[in-house]
Ligand binder design. Sequence first.
Ligand code: ZN
Length: 345
Amino acid sequence: MNREELDKLVKYQIITDAFDYEGLDPDIVENYKYFEYRFNELFTEKANQFKLKDCHFVIKNNSYCNAFAKTVKGYNIIGITTGYVVQMRNIFNQKNIMHILSIGLISDQQLLDAYGNLYNLENFELNKFMLNCSIQFTFSHELRHILQFNSSKISVDNYRNENLDQSTFEIKKHVWEFDADRTASFEVMKYIFEMKRKHKINDDNIFKCMLYTGLGSIFITKTFFYFRLETSKLNLNKIDFYTKKYSHPHPIVRIFNIIDYFYDNIADFFPKLNITKQDLLNNALGIIKLYFSYYQSNQNIIAEIFNDIDNHLNEINDYNEELFEFAINDISIVNLLNASGTNFQ
Ligand SMILES: [Zn+2]
């Protein structure tokens, strides 16, 4: 979208501001253009598919890593913050990625070899692949909110963002996050398969590495959103485990929901891979651990998060089952599932 159109949206109070990156350093401009191009491309495709009108993608000037979806006066807006752009670009950085993976995976030679082969594949950049998985996930999650808003048939303006708000709890909002995470993780899987086909990858171990790094990328993105990480301050403060509290489900609950759904779909579409839920958990959490051990000064937090998983496994699974039950009875979600022909029974 050009500047004039963006200014018009601000003037009509559809959005509060639109970041103008023109005039910044050429590297930075290129970076913003890349994100803008990817999001616009995805939004155009999905707007056609779902017959959505007046769709606009915007970048908001805010240093916290965040993404949002809103419907205002009939407009459908998906946005990200400048913090998301800067932080995702930094964390999925070319020069660190293989180093990070090799420290942690050195014990599994077969997998490490497959990562090496993937990394060295011609015309394939592992860091860019992970960045694109993050973008695919973020876009698809926000698009799902737009579709939830549109199918709820309540003609009010709606807004959801991805940072945790500790002042409110509504089960419906948890359920909508649960549903948006599932849909978005499925879109990431489709993207991974598309890349497998495009690069003619026939080796199962390399394909597994793609699935693990794609999943790892989703979880890294989630962690950045959830802990409201700000550019230049990469310090996590752990939030104690909870179920029915706050604006979004606890990240561990969401990680398990995504793993469950990823696992179900892999079992359906790629049964020959013989991937277990434990494989997904170990590898994807392994990647988070490696990334955050590398970037974090507070090393204890990772151990604490892993402790929480051990201590609350039953509650995590029970709460996800409860959210599933709510989801298949939520009118907006049921409308969307019926429209897509998905059968969750
Ligand atoms: Zn959300």
